[in-house]
Design a protein around this ligand. Sequence first.
Ligand code: GLA
Ligand code: ZN
Length: 683
Amino acid sequence: MINTKLPFIWYGGDYNPEQWDREVWKEDIRLFKLANINIATVNVFSWSLLQPAEDRYDFSQLDEIINMLWNNGIYICLATSTASQPHWMSVKYKEVLPTDINGLKRSHGGRVNFCPNSKVYREFSKKLVEKLAEKYANHEAVLIWHIANEYGTYCYCENCEKAFREWLKKKYGTLEELNKRWYTTFWGQTFYDWDEISAPTLRNVLFHHWWTGKLSNVAQGMVLDYYRFMSESILECYLNEYNIIKKYNPNIPVTTNLMAVFKPLNYFEWAKHMDVVSWDSYPYITDDYISIAFRHSLMRGLKKGEPFMLMEQTPSQTNWQPYCYIKRPKVMRLLSYQAIAQGADTVMFFQLRQSRGGPEKFHGAIISHAGHENTRVFQEVKELGEELKNLGDKILDSKVKSQSAVLFDWENWWALENSQGPSTDINYAKGVEDYYRALYENQLGVDVIGIEDNFEKYKLISAPLLYMTKEEVARKIEDYVKNGGILITTTLSGIVDENDLVILGGYPGFLRKILGIWVEEFDALPPDMKNEIIIKDEFRKEFSEESYECNLVFDVIHLEGNEVKAIGVYKKDYYKGYPCVTVNKFGNGYSYYIGTFPSQKFLKELIKYIMKAHGIEPLFKDVPYGIEITQRVKNKKTFTFILNHTEEIKKINIGKGKKDLLSGRILEGEIKLHPREVLILEE
Ligand code: GLA
Ligand code: ZN
């Protein structure tokens, strides 16, 4: 349990009473109770109130807020406030402010607007957190700490440059080694002194790719190392605070709110230092339930399937999306249960009371500008609160069951998308999501795992676009397949090492033997210049069509060895008839290769075929699109979540009788699911 003090699904969210006067606070408490709220996240943006001047601290208002909540039985998620430093600090100590990628020194404003390598920032945040921890680390109301808020701003200032050089010295030891790894002989970029190394910004890159925004510095390894360095520098800010809190109370859980598919920070590395993963979910109107599921699975995967926190979601609208749609009736409830179904043990919102001013004044909140409980949103929140309260601790700590996984790797993401060529349309996260989707739609439970995770527990692993395949990862993959695993990988895999240097001797490098193929060259064409995958006769009966569209990248593949077969070949161009989808038997396992970007329909059917060929059973059969079924398991009990994401009545067969925890009904056989209905079946 995240914290045994509150053995319920935590329900509440960001609360900013400092924006209101005391009369409103009283009303807030009445409404929180009405809505069944049991936790409030406070102190997220209060640094300037806590420390009005360099030598003056004032915790009186925070004391009042915490006491008021606790006197009313509401627990606290306590933030440290360090996402937004006070004006006086930025004005007096200019080094606190970051320099952006254009080389522009920022002025004060907004949030997460500090240089992660600023000693002044680190010192001041340390002092603040020391005082906060001294006061509240052992406060009975505090369930968890929330460090800063949505970290992620990169800095390119002189301080960072200096720190980067030190980081590089540690990593490479000598300049000779660095020159070799960065391949600086290209375009005459040899370094003779550490001080010659600068941060890769738009001012110093020799060849900034003007239409893709890629930092195609001669040393692509340098750009890659800057990503690593920044992710680590920002992590140090987090740890700077984490360690203080732990000093005062080693048992209190500590987190910071992540953002799922967020490129700047290597969250797998971050999660090693987080007691529980928490994240903020703000889907766009165009994101379907599988895209949202992908993000939850990624967040769940950061800590190997441990329950995570839904730290923020909006009860209805955001204010910052291009089109701030309203969550339709029942959608907030549906998405809350989806988070739980995916492994969340909390349902929390931004925010509890809607702000009167500021950029987010139109952001949805539980208590709206109307100020009372007679709103659709409030009533829905209240009803959900009631239901969650009734679930008690039943589901808490149960683990999501998955037979398959997709591999996600931040360093690969950085390298692949910064690579100059072969195509500007390669989107790593989207590529992984496409494979996640294909597995998901075939009713395989899908985890998202990192390169350090255990592969052996999955029947099937998909590692799309694994452009950077480090040798040890290749070896892990090899063992996995040898021991009977099923691997699915794609074009642009196995191409470079950890420094973005090509693995010589034929693509896909270390994966060549496992896949039984040699990719001689890869063609890349604009998205609308498509080709087709023609299914070979031997496999024709497994697919609904004779051919399927594909685009973007087209590998020219040669088969190697006796165990490899082509499933599909190209329809046209000079590589007409060449294999584009292959399968190889390797050891006791099989490896599949898709040498292009196929239609989603093809991927779905391919996965279906693979499952059939290797006897992998889906969790559920005959599930229509829009119905999401997942399972969480604890102490031999299985909780099956069935969610109807559509606006229609759907039918589904659930087999033998089971109890629905939400309605108390016993259900059996074919049942009707109402629009946006949720069931939690207990077995
Ligand atoms: C983020 C932040 C919050 C708030 C919300 C608005 O998730 O953490 O402070 O700005 O976005 O959607
Ligand atoms: Zn900096």
